[in-house]
Each structure stands twice: as structure tokens, then as C-alpha cells.
Design a protein around this ligand. Structure first.
Ligand code: GDP
Length: 614
């Protein structure tokens, strides 16, 4: 990696301003030590507003700011962190951090256990935004602008991430645009992104996926840099975009906020260097560090099976240095680095923190979001992989994501303190009344946290956000899209639909008080196909073949004929040859009696299931 040089081309004022900025809404409750006042400190406010809020004179605040080295007049905007510092200087005890800022801490990036050897590392950046606003074009533009850094003979490869060089410093870009990839990774527990670029087309303005992207970045606690794209278009309207962002609490610098915004044209390759320079500034303030001297740890961002090379994975090194020959576990598989390539197809002997590398040498294909950890030797790698496989099997049967009905037990057990909600409604007008009613339910112990709200159907992106943030989805007069429903079912995300506001609010209230009736979900245990019917002592018994899963005596059973359910009951008898048995596994034949039903026909499918509390 090129020697890191501090980037100093920007005026110091601007750098300081960004330094203190929280890119997400960050509210802290401060209580005056001797009194009982509690104030909420927003993400930014003027000196005057702050003085009024904490009930001291503006002069006192200005003096205190001066003591902290900040010269400010009464109408100047100060940011959250500064306000918190001054509040505590003035005798307010900062009690707790709430809201999105605090949430961010739950999704920390890789945590070093030994912080004695820490060296600066390059930032890792994801591009998000509405479809067609130019994410892919911008990624291409950035890569090409940097083409001079590519050595002769190197061919750009798509490996899911690439690095660019600017003023001797590097920036890593995740080349999988869209917040789905970003959140899917987070849903797996991996946070790799340091900064999110929010692309907004200047001619189109803020659109639903722009808002989703903001919600995703905020939930992850990742700073946002806005790239207003397509400024070359005749109908580009930058002011409108800025206004719309402000309407959604994303205040850019010139609006007194702390979010950097850059006008670009991916098509004309304009504004790209400015964007990159600003990314470096924001990155510098994040103080990104890693230890290149330890065994490597990384996250898989893409993986596939190559016909000739075998399993291939692009790994983003989070800390340590990965070397050819290193044994490792990755997800529930393992391997030994046979060869490594960078995004220009160049063979590498080693890869340092924040580098994306494609590696060869795994037993099987890992999943995006899996962690790669270098081990002492191959034996340890294999044993750990086996252990993970075992743990995964166990986890599948024991863990459940948050649902409205298990929320109370999770509060009681101290697992959660707030109910994270994604609210989707039919029309915009329904959002505010529902939000207000839900926020009224807040108590000192339990809070409602509305992560994202919008009108429209429930999308896969909503489900991923709920999954990654351990939240639930409430739909008011709206439905999940088929893909979203499938994903929610397979990942166990709770989607509740309502047609009456009162019922929605009532359910949430009951959940918060722990008096919501549990809902039950079905777990399919297996299927059997009727192959023959014979009579035994006056009643009909079906000879079936168990096609998958198992069939157990007493299990709930549903008879399906030509795709339709015609009867629901339970298994009353189960025989192998002449013997009564308790259970028959797939691949075997047996005789089945269904409680209260004797008209089975050849070709009927018997579906076996049980119900579980959600
Ligand atoms: P994505 O869906 O966000 O990845 O968007 P794309 O990068 O695929 O871009 C969508 C469309 O917008 C394409 O037709 C691009 O050529 C066009 N486009 C992207 N950036 C610009 C730009 O800066 N100016 C103009 N005029 N068109 C652009």
C-alpha cells in the first residue's frame, strides 16, 4: 500500500466542521446534575437555540465555547457533539445516547482486541441511491478517472470491489451498487462500509429508494456524502435536491448542516476528483485504523464457483495482512490461500487492510458477508469450520428474529430496549398520525424507534432493513411484494398488516406491555404421496411414500389434491409393514390413517406440519 499522506489541500475550517458532524440524527438526553431538567440535543442547532434549551444565557454558552476553542456568535450553528460537550461543561450530566447515533454502535466494524499496533487504513465506500440515478455510471467514472494509476498490461477485473489512488492515498469502492448488497451484508452481521455515497439525480430529485438508502446508512451509523449527479442535464435542479434532502433531515453544509454534498456528472466525468477528495476528508475524520501485523480478518463480498479454478471469493481485508499460504476459516468452510489477485488481475503475495482481493483455495463457496479468519494451521481451520457448521445447525433451530409477539420477552430479558419499526402505508398522509400515535407509547423503559417510513408496498429492501436492524414491519393498507414476503418468511421477519390505525397502535402497545396474544407459525415437517389405497377392518388406509422430511404419528396433516387443500386433521395411525411406528423418514413407504378422513385417493399429497409460537 502506498505510504499514507495526510491530505491537506482543503481549508482547515471545513475539515473541522465535518469532524464534529454526526451524519445521522443524533440526540442525547442530558440532565442537569442537581436538577431534574432533561433536554434533547438535536443533531445541530444555533447557539441561541441551545442556550434556550439548556436555560442558560447565550453569553454563557459563547464563553464556554470559547473555552473549548470555538469562536461562535449567537446565530451560529453548532453541532451535536459540541453541544453535548458544552452541556456537560455547564453541569448537565449526559445520561444516555439514544436514536440512530447510539444504534450505530451496535454495528461496529471489526474490533481489534490489541490496539497497540494501529496504522491508518483506507476508507471503504459504498454507493447507494435510487435506480437510474447513476450509481453504476459513477462507479465506472471513478474507476476510469483513476485509470492513470493502472499499470500497463493490467486489465480491470470485476471482483466486486476496486481501489483508486488519489494524492497517494487509496479509497476502496464496493462495486456492488445498491443498498440491498449493503444491507444483506449487514444482515449477516458484517459491516464493511465506512462511508456511503448517496447518489441523487439532479433532474429527478429525492425518490423512494433515496429515502431507503438514507434509512439504511443511518441504521448502520455510516456517514453520508451526497453526490448530486447528472448536473449536465438541462433540467438539473440542485437547489430542489438540497431542499428535498433537508425535508428529510439530511442537512448539507451550505444549509447549516454537516453533510458534504458534491455536484457531479458521471457521464461527463465532472466533479469526480472533488468527490474523491471530500471522501478522503470525511475518511480522515473517521480515523480508520487497522493492525497490518496480525493474522488477517476479512469479509467476503462476493463468492462463486469457477468451473476451472474452483471456489473463488472476493474478500475485503479488515485487519491484518493476508498472505499466500495462509490457512483460514471462512463462514463454515475453510481453505489455504493458493493464489490472490487484485482488481486489476495482478497476482499478489500479500494483501493489507482495506484491500479487496480475490482468493483461490477454499473447500467450498462461502457466502457474501461471511468472515474470513486466518488460523495458526490447517487443522485448526478445518476444526473451526466444522464447529461453525454445527453452530449454524443449532442456531437455525433455536434463534428467532424479533417479532411483535416475542418483543416483550426480549425486553424482559434485557435483549432489546426499543422496538424498531419500518412503517409502510398506502398514502403519505397516514404516516404522521401513525408515527405520532406510536411515539406516544414511549415509556422510560421501552421506546418505539421508527427506522424508516414511506408510502408504497413492502419491498425486499424493507425486509432486509428489518432483518439487519432486528426490527419489524408494519403495513397500513399496503401489502408485501411477493419477493418481500418470501424473504420475510425465509428469514423470519415479522410483517404485520393493518387496515385500521387503532388496531396497529393497539398491537404495538400490547407488545410493549407484554400482553399481545402470540401468533403461531407453521413449520412443515415433510410430505408424503399416496401411492395405493387398501382397506383394513372396514376403514381405508393409504399406502404412502415419504418424499421429504418425516412423518410422525400425531403430526398435523393437510391433504392436498391437485394443489388444493381438501382436508386438515392429524395422523391417527402409522404402520411399517404390520408394526405400529412413531416416525417414518423420507425415502420409505408406510401406511397412514388420517383422523376423521377416509376418502384418500392415489396421487393425494399429505403435508405434515406443526405449529410454533412466533
Ligand atoms: P443506476 O441504476 O443508479 O446504476 O444508474 P445507471 O448508472 O445505470 O444510470 C442510469 C442512466 O442515467 C443511464 O442511462 C446513464 O447513462 C444515465 N446517467 C448516469 N449518470 C449521468 C450523468 O451524469 N448525466 C447524464 N446526462 N446521464 C447520466
Amino acid at each position: 500500500m502506498a505510504k499514507r499522506r495526510r491530505y491537506t489541500a482543503r481549508p482547515a475550517r471545513k475539515r473541522r466542521k465535518v469532524a464534529k458532524a454526526a451524519p445521522y440524527e443524533n440526540t442525547t438526553v442530558a440532565t442537569k446534575a442537581e436538577g431534574k431538567q432533561r433536554v434533547k440535543i438535536p443533531s445541530s442547532l444555533t447557539v441561541k437555540q441551545f442556550a434556550d434549551l439548556i436555560e442558560v444565557s447565550a453569553i454563557e454558552v459563547i464563553k464556554q465555547l470559547m473555552r473549548n476553542g470555538i469562536m461562535a456568535n449567537i446565530n451560529q450553528v453548532i453541532d451535536h457533539d459540541t453541544a453535548v460537550t458544552v452541556a456537560s461543561d455547564l453541569g448537565y450530566e449526559v445520561l444516555e445516547e439514544k436514536g440512530r447515533g447510539a444504534k450505530a454502535k451496535k454495528y461496529q466494524r471489526f474490533q481489534e482486541d490489541d490496539t497497540s499496533v494501529q496504522k491508518p487504513r483506507s476508507p471503504i465506500v459504498t454507493i447507494m441511491g435510487h435506480v437510474d440515478h447513476g450509481k453504476t455510471s459513477l462507479l465506472d467514472a471513478i474507476r476510469e478517472t483513476n485509470v492513470t494509476a493502472t499499470e500497463v498490461g493490467e486489465i480491470t477485473q470485476h471482483i466486486g470491489a476496486y481501489q483508486v489512488d488519489i494524492h497517494g492515498q487509496r479509497i476502496t469502492f464496493l462495486d456492488t451498487p445498491g443498498h440491498e448488497a449493503f444491507t444483506a451484508m449487514r444482515a449477516h452481521g458484517a459491516q464493511v462500509t465506512d462511508i456511503a455515497i448517496l447518489v441523487v439525480a439532479a433532474d429527478d430529485g429525492v425518490m423512494p429508494q433515496t429515502l431507503e438508502a438514507i434509512a439504511h446508512a443511518r441504521a448502520a451509523g455510516v456517514p453520508i456524502v451526497v453526490a448530486i449527479n447528472k448536473v449536465d442535464k438541462p433540467d438539473a435542479n440542485l437547489q430542489r435536491v438540497k431542499q428535498q434532502l433537508a425535508d428529510h433531515e439530511l442537512l448539507i453544509e451550505e444549509w447549516g448542516g454537516d453533510v458534504v454534498s458534491i455536484a457531479v456528472s458521471a457521464k461527463k466525468r465532472e466533479g469526480i476528483s472533488d468527490l474523491l477528495e471530500n471522501l478522503l476528508i470525511v475518511a480522515e475524520l473517521e480515523e480508520l485504523k487497522a493492525n497490518p501485523e496480525r493474522h488477517a480478518v476479512g469479509v467476503v463480498i462476493e463468492a462463486k464457483l469457477d468451473k476451472t479454478k474452483g471456489p473463488l471469493a472476493t474478500v475485503l481485508i479488515q485487519t491484518g495482512t493476508l498472505k499466500v499460504g495462509d490457512p483460514f476459516t471462512v463462514g463454515d468452510t475453510w481453505g489455504k490461500v493458493k493464489a490472490m489477485f487484485n482488481d486489476k488481475g495482478k497476482h499478489l503475495r500479500k494483501a493489507e487492510p482495506a484491500s479487496p482481493v480475490e482468493i483461490l483455495g477454499m473447500e467450498s463457496v462461502p457466502q457474501a458477508g461471511d468472515t474470513l479468519t486466518v488460523t495458526a494451521n490447517e487443522k485448526e481451520a478445518r476444526t473451526q469450520a466444522q464447529k461453525r457448521q454445527e453452530e449454524k445447525r443449532l442456531a437455525l433451530t433455536t434463534t428467532r428474529p424479533l417479532s411483535l409477539s416475542n418483543f416483550f420477552s426480549q425486553i424482559r430479558d434485557g435483549v432489546v430496549k426499543e422496538l424498531s419499526i419500518i412503517l409502510k402505508t398506502d398514502v403519505q398522509g397516514s404516516i404522521e398520525p401513525i408515527k405520532t400515535s406510536l411515539e406516544r407509547l414511549n415509556t422510560d423503559e421501552v421506546k418505539v424507534n421508527i427506522l424508516h417510513s414511506d408510502s408504497g408496498s413492502i419491498t425486499e429492501s424493507d425486509v432486509l432493513l428489518a432483518l439487519a436492524s432486528k426490527g419489524i414491519i408494519l403495513g397500513f393498507n399496503t401489502r408485501p411484494e411477493p419477493g418481500a414476503r418470501q424473504l420475510a418468511d425465509s428469514e423470519g421477519v415479522d410483517i404485520r398488516q393493518y387496515a385500521v390505525i387503532y388496531n396497529l397502535v393497539d398491537d404495538v402497545e400490547k407488545a410493549m406491555k407484554g400482553i399481545l396474544e402470540p401468533t403461531y407459525i407453521e413449520v412443515v415437517e415433510g410430505h408424503a404421496e399416496v401411492r395405493v389405497i387398501f382397506s383394513a377392518r372396514g376403514s381405508k388406509v393409504a399406502g404412502v411414500y415419504v418424499t421429504d422430511g418425516t412423518i410422525t404419528r400425531g403430526a398435523l396433516a393437510r391433504i392436498m389434491r391437485q394443489g388444493e387443500t381438501i382436508f386438515e386433521s392429524s395422523v391417527s395411525s402409522l404402520k411399517r409393514f404390520k408394526d405400529d411406528v412413531k416416525e417414518v423418514a423420507s425415502g420409505f413407504e408406510c401406511g397412514v390413517g388420517i383422523e376423521g378422513y377416509s376418502d384418500l385417493e392415489v396421487g393425494d399429497i399429505v403435508e405434515l406440519y406443526r405449529t410454533e409460537r412466533a
